[in-house]
Design a protein around this ligand. Sequence first.
Ligand code: GLU
Ligand code: MG
Length: 437
Amino acid sequence: MIKNPLIFAAISDVSGIVRGKAFPVADLEKRLRRGVGWTPTNVMITCFDRIADSPFGALGDLLLIPDAEANVEVDFGDGGAVEHFMLSDVTDLAARPWDFCTRSILKHALARLETVGGVELLAAFEHEFQFRTPQLQRSKAYSLAGFVERRQFGEALLSALEMGGLVPDTFMKEYGFDQYEVTNGPDRGLRAADAAVILRELTRMTAGRFGEQVTFTPIRDPAGVGNGVHIHMSFVDKAGTPATYSGDNPSGMSALTASFVAGILKYLDSIVAFTAPSAISYLRLTPHRWSAAYNNLGFHDREAAVRICPVTAKDPQETARQHNFEFRAADAAASPHLSLAAIVHAGVQGIEEGLAAPSPTEEDLSLLSAEVLQARGFARLPGSLEEALVRMEANATVRGWFSGDLVSLYADHKRGELAYLEGMDQAARCAAYEAVY
Ligand code: GLU
Ligand code: MG
């Protein structure tokens, strides 16, 4: 029996890595009020654990304030340690949200959505990952046999998710070698991004209990499939009534949804710097990988940046409740909070600008000539992280969404990450990312 179990105060930081500090359970009351000390320069620690050029140096102090609502305590029932962590906010010493706290950045974006759109966001993050400890037979796309090989893992994972406060949805053998997918039910606003962090960490912990390792890396092999994060979104109004759907048009988007999606597509070339934030993310964002390669809205199309998802309901009320759209140009190198914040800001910008409904595509855009694409308003997504960062930095509207010049800080952070990869070929870069995500 452990006499003084520890709680880990955790943040999903700018690098998408979960970092923080642990304290004894006995101190919980005190830590909820007073927090745990934290250091500004930590925001510049890249996923490779090198510190990028930091504007803070050795100066300054911050606090990690654990959120009792984001408490995760999971006993795997195998005699091993009980996992206990709490997602936290980063504040200054006067308890004001820090400009580069990813949770606070998302709260700010969601508040803007409520003010401008009068709605609350519901979201669910769908995750693909791969075992690094290979199966005996490798190609078992969507099969019962592939599922059975990992049934015990899947059952342990889904119970861990439930103990961690999530609503488990599905677990399946995905298409790629050793690739699986896990989904959970939708949550409101901040909780949806918290749930994505919790799900990733519990997946890693569950694998550890089986003596295995998993990776959520965007892509393991330049010639292979990617591990996507697909973010499903819908809206409810203040009375809790679904606000995503309208029966007035074939794509089923309400005017609010249409402008929101148009905003995402308009600012997509910049926001991918946040949602697909690794050097290798851009190997995945290419045609014919069932990810996203263009700034298009697709109707039931798995190669679109934003996809209108199918509904199974027949009656109008249930149709309105089920209706949702999915952002596919994201991966797990991103903090879910930053990804969602960037998407929400782009969407709200679309509402503010009163953008018209994008027309959904139902075809392979990679077959169209550059002229036709341009005439129809389609563009390839940036081909590299560097290109996405340059677009993001050049976009004054995007800069204006965030306080404290997040865009410059983020670009510096990412350039530090890219410097680590200099001289490596694509396979070596993939290996480097696989080791950290
Ligand atoms: N693996 C694909 C991706 O990288 C997604 C496959 C699917 O549609 O589930 O996004
Ligand atoms: Mg999938």
